[in-house]
Design a protein around this ligand. Structure first.
Ligand code: PLP
Length: 365
C-alpha cells in the first residue's frame, strides 16, 4: 500500500485505463450477464451503503428484499414462497443442498443432477461432502429419464433439474422429476438461475416452477436476465420454514439468527433487482425476452444457412452450433462437448447478430 494517498485525478485516470481494458460486452457473445438496466443502477446507487447482513439497521432495504421474494414467488405461481437474495446461482444452489441434506439426515447422502448441471454443484458437493451423481443427458441435452432409476437410492436426498441449462439452454423433464420427488419424498430443486427471468415471459408458458407440486426450491438470478447490478441471485423455497434449519445464532446483530450463507449482503443490488421488475412490469420483460428469442432464431437460421447446424433447439436465448472456427474479434464460448455457444443477451442486438453472421460468412468463403 502507498504511504501517501494517490491524488484523485491520478487515481481515476488509472482506473479509467483499467476500465478501457474490460471488453464491456462489446462483441461478447458468451456472457450470461449484461449491462444493468439504468433503473437498477440508480436504485443500487441509492442503497449503496445498505448491508442486508444486519437487516435491523436497514429496515427499508429488508422490506425491499421481502417484496422482491414476494414478486418472484407470485411470478413462479406460489405467492406464499419464502426465500432471500443470495449473491447468485452458486450460493442459491449451495443453500438448497444444505436444506436437503439437513432435512434428510442420511449418513451417506447423494444427490442426483443431470450431467449438464452448472459447476456450482461440484463446488457445493465438495463443501458439503455430498456424493454427486450425474445422470447422462439424452440427444436433446436433457436429463435422460430412462436412466434415472439406476442413480436414485434410499440415500438420495436431492434431485436437481435445470430450467435453462448453462450450455445448451434446455429444460430437463421437470414434470417427471417433480412426480419422482413427490413419490419418493425427495427434495427437488429447480436451477432456473438463467431461465427464471426468461421462461415466465415466454408464450406459451413452460411449467418449471412451483406450479409443479414436487418443486421444493428454485434459484433465479436477477443479475443474469433480470438486468440487475451484480451481485444478486434469489433462492425461493416453497415454505419459509424450510430455511429455519440453516439458522445460526448471530448475537451481536440486530437479528438474533440468520439463515443466509453470506454475512454482509448488498442492499443496493436487491433494490436494483426489484426496481427493474417494478419499472418494466411483465409487459416490459416480455418485450425484452421476445427480442432476445427472435435474435436467437435469427442467429440459428443464419448459421444454418452457412452450413453450421444448431446442436439443439433451445428453450431460452442460448444457441449452440457445430462450428469449429471463430471470426476474429468475437468472444464466444465452447460447451464441454465442443459446440460453439452464444448467449443472446439484451446487449447482443440484431445488428450485432448480423455483424457476427457477416464475419462467419467471410470465414466460410
Ligand atoms: N446455475 C446456472 C444454470 C447457471 O447458468 C449459473 C451461471 O452461469 C449458475 C447456476 C451460477 O450462477 P453464479 O455465477 O451467479 O453463481
Amino acid at each position: 500500500m502507498r504511504e501517501a494517498g494517490c491524488p484523485e485525478e491520478e487515481l481515476f485516470s488509472f482506473l479509467s485505463s483499467k476500465k478501457d481494458e474490460d471488453l464491456g460486452y462489446h462483441r461478447v457473445l458468451s456472457s450470461m450477464c449484461t449491462h444493468p438496466h439504468p433503473v437498477a443502477v440508480r436504485a443500487h446507487q441509492m442503497f449503496i451503503e445498505s448491508n442486508l447482513g444486519d437487516p435491523g439497521l436497514f429496515t427499508g432495504s429488508a422490506s425491499l428484499e421481502r417484496l422482491l421474494i414476494e414478486r418472484l414467488g407470485t411470478l413462479f405461481h406460489h405467492p406464499g414462497a419464502g426465500g432471500y437474495a443470495t449473491a447468485g446461482g452458486t450460493e442459491s444452489n449451495i443453500q438448497a443442498l444444505r436444506i436437503a441434506k439437513k432435512k434428510a439426515s442420511s449418513r451417506s447422502p447423494n444427490i442426483i443432477i443431470p450431467e449438464s448441471a452448472h459447476f456450482s454443484f461440484e463446488k457445493a458437493c465438495d463443501i458439503l461432502s455430498l456424493e454427486m451423481r450425474t445422470v447422462p443427458c439424452d440427444a436433446a441435452y436433457c436429463m435422460d429419464m430412462e436412466q434415472i432409476d439406476e442413480y436414485i437410492d434410499a440415500n438420495t436426498v436431492f434431485l436437481g433439474g435445470i430450467a435453462g441449462s448453462t450450455e445448451y439452454g434446455t429444460i430437463d423433464p421437470l414434470t417427471s422429476l417433480s412426480e419422482i420427488a413427490e413419490g419418493r419424498d425427495i427434495f427437488f430443486h429447480v436451477d432456473a438461475a438463467f431461465g427464471g427471468f426468461v421462461l415466465p415471459f415466454l408464450e406459451p408458458a413452460v411449467a418449471f416452477d412451483f406450479s409443479l407440486p414436487g418443486v421444493s426450491s428454485i434459484s433465479a438470478d436477477p443479475h443474469k436476465m433480470g438486468f440487475s447490478t451484480i451481485p444478486v441471485g434469489c433462492l425461493l423455497v416453497r415454505d419459509e420454514s424450510m430455511l429455519r434449519c440453516l439458522h445460526v445464532d448471530t448475537p451481536y446483530l440486530t437479528i438474533k439468527q440468520a439463515y443466509t450463507l453470506n454475512g454482509t449482503r448488498s442492499g443496493g443490488a436487491v433494490a436494483g433487482a426489484l426496481a427493474v421488475l417494478e419499472y418494466l412490469g411483465k409487459g416490459g420483460m416480455r418485450a425484452i425476452v421476445r427480442g432476445c428469442m427472435e435474435n436467437t432464431w435469427r442467429l440459428i437460421a443464419g448459421m444454418e444457412a452457412w452450413g453450421y447446424p444448431a446442436a439443439v433447439r433451445p428453450e431460452v436465448n442460448i444457441a449452440t452450433f457445430s462450428c469449429p472456427a471463430v471470426p476474429e474479434g468475437w468472444r464466444v464460448s465452447r460447451t464441454r462437448k465442443g459446440h460453439m455457444r452464444i448467449v443472446c443477451m439484451p446487449h447482443v442486438h440484431r445488428d450485432v447478430i448480423e455483424a457476427f453472421l457477416h464475419d462467419i460468412g467471410e470465414l466460410h468463403a
